[in-house]
Design a protein around this ligand. Structure first.
Ligand code: ARG
Length: 567
């Protein structure tokens, strides 16, 4: 509609003068949605034309108004001051949207990504450390991006780049050998490994020789020492088991679990290549890539003792992924604090002469905290993501018990809604912003929450099931009232929303959209009786209910939420 209207304006404008310097696209951009209904459905401000036409804006509006021909989709064109106001024929609008909604097979899909591959590196928790709420954020954002790109037709490779290599394992082995017990590690898992790690740091303050011991154990790992590797493998297995439990609760999975250790034998060739390309420089015995020309500290590639670093592994992994998957884009979802790390090694890839560095994308997110302060694993003030998810499920179960004790499949619903609440609150905020967990807000059924959207979806299901076999065939004249039209405009936006979310790597756009659809539906539901006697009206409203149900279910799935049919 906007396009059609801008065409009319542009033609009218061109008939006055050819050289306004304003394009059809500009016109489209200037069009506004007026704040009040009396000013029409769309408005065109004439102020910017004043100079080119050497006329006052109200006179321009009048002149353009006279020049715009009658069209079936326009009920009326008028002016108010310097604005040209368009009143749309609602039935025509409804009919245009309806035909699109009826035509589309799978809402929100497109094939812009056909034949292209995107790798997403997300979640990627560190072995022997807790899966904290920050990891919950990368996991939910990454999972949503996976679904978003899938809907655009891309092949998407989900990569869990486990933090399973590095000097911290040397420390852990020392601590375990000195103070650990097999039983306790078996019993308490990651929690025990973490306290060993904390103990290491405490003791190392008074006994610095521990640091040397740790370094030498890590060196042994890098040299394939069997004892070192078997302890490491054990820690890895324990951690993976705990991570899998969380992925299971969240319903997420991965195509590859190749973590940092997978690149052990792939770093030497990468380092060799850096050397050949003349990029390595010695600095106090260490090997670095100088990035001072780019206003960045150097990228550390090899330590003095010859051991590799986080950046070394990322460089090797990127080269491997390009060879293996031939990605168009490789996306990394991590906390904002890793921004410099990614800028540095992306630059190194560019300096290596690889044009595909352009496809490397860092997608950062803000901090997560609980009311009462931030979390720090150093201070032992640890919050496990699993505990939060379980608490959310329990709290939801209590609410169900109180409000709807006879609900079938109570436990499954409690899980879907409790987990959904946490996931949704993670995604509803723009990813770069910090999030604070607030239990009451999170679980409320009438705020801007996951449960609210899920509840609206369940409402659609209930209406559909009450309608029996009534046909859901729409006619435009039955849907040209405001609540119906407002809902239809939202439903019509889904594909555009997915595109916008993909372009900005921003799942919150989809979360906000699902909320807008739910709100528009509830308004429609309260103002327009859906299951009425009039067959045409009922069939039309039922059709909208079905499309709403589908789009809500699908957008929730994109975000990683289930959509129970009853709540
Ligand atoms: N393991 C890291 C962490 O927990 C995240 C890894 C991100 N991916 C990467 N390729 N560097 O902070």
């Amino acid at each position: 509609m906007k396009e059609k209207i801008s065409e009319l304006i542009y033609e009218a404008l061109s008939s006055i003068t050819k050289d306004t310097g304003i394009t059809k696209e500009d016109v489209m951009e200037y069009i506004e949605i007026p704040p009040q209904k009396e000013m029409g459905d769309m408005a065109f401000p004439c102020f910017r034309l004043a100079k080119a036409l050497r006329m006052a804006p109200p006179a321009i509006a009048e002149k353009l108004c006279d020049l715009i021909p009658a069209k079936d989709f326009l009920k009326n064109v008028g002016t108010s001051g310097g604005y040209l106001n368009f009143f749309i024929n609602k039935e025509a609008l409804a009919s245009g949207i309806l035909s699109r909604l009826q035509e589309k097979k799978e809402y929100g899909t497109s094939d812009v990504g056909k034949g292209q591959t995107i790798c997403i590196d997300y979640s990627s928790p560190n072995v022997a450390k807790n899966f904290h709420v920050g990891h919950l954020r990368t996991t939910t954002i990454g999972n949503a991006l996976y679904h978003i790109f899938k809907k655009q037709g891309y092949d998407v490779v989900r990569i869990n780049y486990l933090g399973d290599w590095g000097t911290q394992f040397g420390k852990l082995i020392v601590a375990y050998k000195k103070w650990g017990s097999e039983e306790l590690v078996k019993e308490k898992g990651i929690e025990e490994l973490m306290s060993l790690y904390v103990r290491f740091h405490e003791e190392a303050e008074t006994d610095p020789s521990l640091e040397d011991e740790a370094r030498s154990w890590f060196a042994k790992m890098e040299q394939n020492d069997q004892e070192a590797l078997s302890i490491w493998q054990w820690f890895l297995d324990i951690s993976l088991k705990e991570f899998m439990r969380i992925y299971d609760i969240l319903g997420v999975s991965f195509d590859s679990y190749n973590g940092e250790s997978f690149y052990n034998d792939k770093m030497a060739p990468a380092i060799e290549e850096l050397k050949e390309k003349g990029l390595l420089k010695e600095d106090n015995g260490a090997q670095i890539v100088d990035l001072s020309d780019y206003d960045m500290p150097p990228c550390l590639v090899l330590k003095k003792d010859g051991s590799t670093l986080y950046a070394t592994r990322d460089i090797a992994a990127a080269i491997y992924r390009k060879k293996t998957y031939d990605f168009t884009k490789c996306i990394y979802v991590t906390g904002l604090e890793q921004k410099l790390h990614f800028s540095q090694w992306f630059k190194v890839i560019e300096l290596m002469g690889y044009d595909w560095y352009k496809g490397l994308v860092h997608v950062p997110y803000g901090m997560v905290s609980l009311p009462g302060g931030k979390m720090s694993s150093r201070k032992g003030q640890v919050i496990f993501a699993e505990d939060i998810l379980k608490e959310a499920i329990d709290k939801t179960a209590d609410i169900i018990e109180e409000k709807n004790p006879t609900l079938p499949h109570k436990e499954e619903v409690a899980k879907a809604v409790g987990v959904g609440a946490v996931v949704f609150s993670n995604l509803y905020t723009q990813r770069i912003k910090d999030v604070v967990f607030d239990w009451d807000k999170l679980l409320s059924f009438d705020g801007e929450t996951g449960p609210y959207v899920q509840y609206t979806h369940a409402r659609c299901c209930s209406i559909i099931s009450k309608s029996g076999d009534a046909p859901a065939t729409p006619i435009p004249s039955a849907l040209s009232d405001d609540p119906a039209l407002d809902l239809m405009k939202e439903l019509d936006r889904y594909e555009e929303v997915i595109k916008d979310a993909a372009d900005k790597y921003e799942p919150s756009i989809v979360a906000r959209y699902s909320m807008a659809v739910a709100q528009a539906f509830n308004k429609f539901y309260h103002e327009d009786q859906i299951l009425t006697e009039e067959t045409d009206v009922k069939g039309s409203r039922l059709f909208l209910t079905k499309v709403t149900e589908e789009i809500l279910r699908d957008s929730l799935a994109v975000l990683g939420l289930e959509a129970p049919e009853q709540m």
